[in-house]
Write a protein that binds this ligand. Structure first.
Ligand code: GDP
Length: 331
């Protein structure tokens, strides 16, 4: 999903300026080609002008409504993320307002076009034109707060990470320094791409792996799945929960040597929390096998199942992890 093509939403005054400039353009373009006597040419010019203003405004308003995705039809992961960062009720209300305004401009054009056509002198035409411009201006100006809100929402949504929701996603979790990013590099064979994620100061690390012709997305989530729930605020928590819609499986990395700086008890507690929170299968990655003692590994493995013993740094045990992942993803 990519919200990158959400177009900028301008201010009410900018839309009005654009529309009225279009009327001036119309006059310039057609000044010499309009036929008929002086009054007929004047009438046609003014009719053309109000038509340009109305079509320009309606086009811009419709474009705003069209360019925002239907929130309720978004993929569940993006739906959950958008709920974290945008006031969706307000978004719907603002888009509804813009849609209403497009209809209102159409209605006003239908009302004033025949009024202008029925005029018998210049002054009457100008009077109706001014009234038409005044009324559509007040319709558009009423929307200014909505335009401002929509542009903010657009900017926020553009910041959401561009993740693939159509291929299996493997999420790496674990406390800091256990070896998550080393594992990501070992699994993907390349340096990860970086993407922003709402409510984390740190960036999401993103990699892809093709294994037996199947492509997987693998993400490491610093700042998100690397600390206990009570250290997150409500919205950070929601942003983390959104991952349940994306993750097919979680690789939970444990450092049995505790050189990461976190005791095993803390590492296991976080694993339990993540397991409860995301409700997807978890494979335990017992990392740093190159330096861990047999006793450290035995102690760390107590009470755990579905364990892969690896050294991400030395790239030992990576093939076994890939094979297990293939089986798990095929389930
Ligand atoms: P993260 O914070 O969980 O992403 O951890 P990193 O991948 O940045 O690794 C933290 C530290 O552990 C780094 O100094 C790594 O070189 C080291 N490390 C990671 N995997 C291994 C491993 O398999 N063996 C050893 N000895 N060190 C490792």
């Amino acid at each position: 999903m990519n919200f990158g093509n959400l177009g900028k939403v301008e201010t009410a005054q900018t839309y009005l300026d654009i529309a009225f400039n279009q009327a001036k353009e119309y006059n310039k373009e057609n000044a010499k080609t309009l036929v008929g006597d002086r009054f007929t040419r004047f009438m046609r010019r003014e009719l053309g002008g109000i038509n340009r203003v109305h079509t320009t405004l309606v086009r811009h308003l419709q474009m705003i409504v069209k360019c925002f995705p239907a929130i309720d039809q978004l993929d569940p992961f993006y739906h959950a993320l958008v709920l974290c960062v945008v006031d969706v009720a307000q978004l719907k209300q603002s888009l509804g307002g813009v849609n209403w305004a497009a209809h209102r401009v159409e209605d006003l054009f239908r009302e004033y076009n025949p009024k202008l056509r029925g005029c018998r002198d210049d002054q009457a035409i100008l009077k109706h034109k001014r009234a038409f411009y005044g009324r559509i201006s007040s319709v558009i100006k009423k929307l200014n707060q909505d335009f401002i809100f929509l542009d903010e929402a657009r900017k926020t949504m553009k910041e959401l990470p561009t993740l693939k929701t159509s291929i299996p996603t493997i999420v790496i979790a674990g406390l800091p320094n256990v070896g998550k990013s080393t594992l990501l590099r070992a699994l993907t064979g390349s340096a990860p791409a970086i993407a922003s994620y709402p409510f984390t100061t740190k960036q999401l690390m993103l990699g892809y792996r093709t294994y037996h012709d199947k492509k997987w997305q693998i993400i490491d989530t610093p700042g998100l799945l690397d600390r206990p729930i009570n250290k997150r605020n409500k919205v950070e928590h929601q942003a983390a929960i959104a991952l349940q819609h994306l993750a097919k499986i979680v690789l939970y990395v444990v450092d049995p040597t505790e050189q990461c700086g976190y005791p095993l008890k803390e590492q296991k507690n976080l694993m339990k929390e993540i397991s409860k929170m995301l409700n997807v299968p978890i494979m335990v990655i017992m990392n740093k096998a190159d330096i861990a003692t047999a006793e450290q590994i035995a102690v760390a493995s107590e009470g755990l199942s579905n364990i892969a013993l690896i050294s991400a740094d030395k790239e030992q045990g990576i093939n076994e992890v890939l094979e297990s992942l293939e089986k798990e993803i095929a389930k």
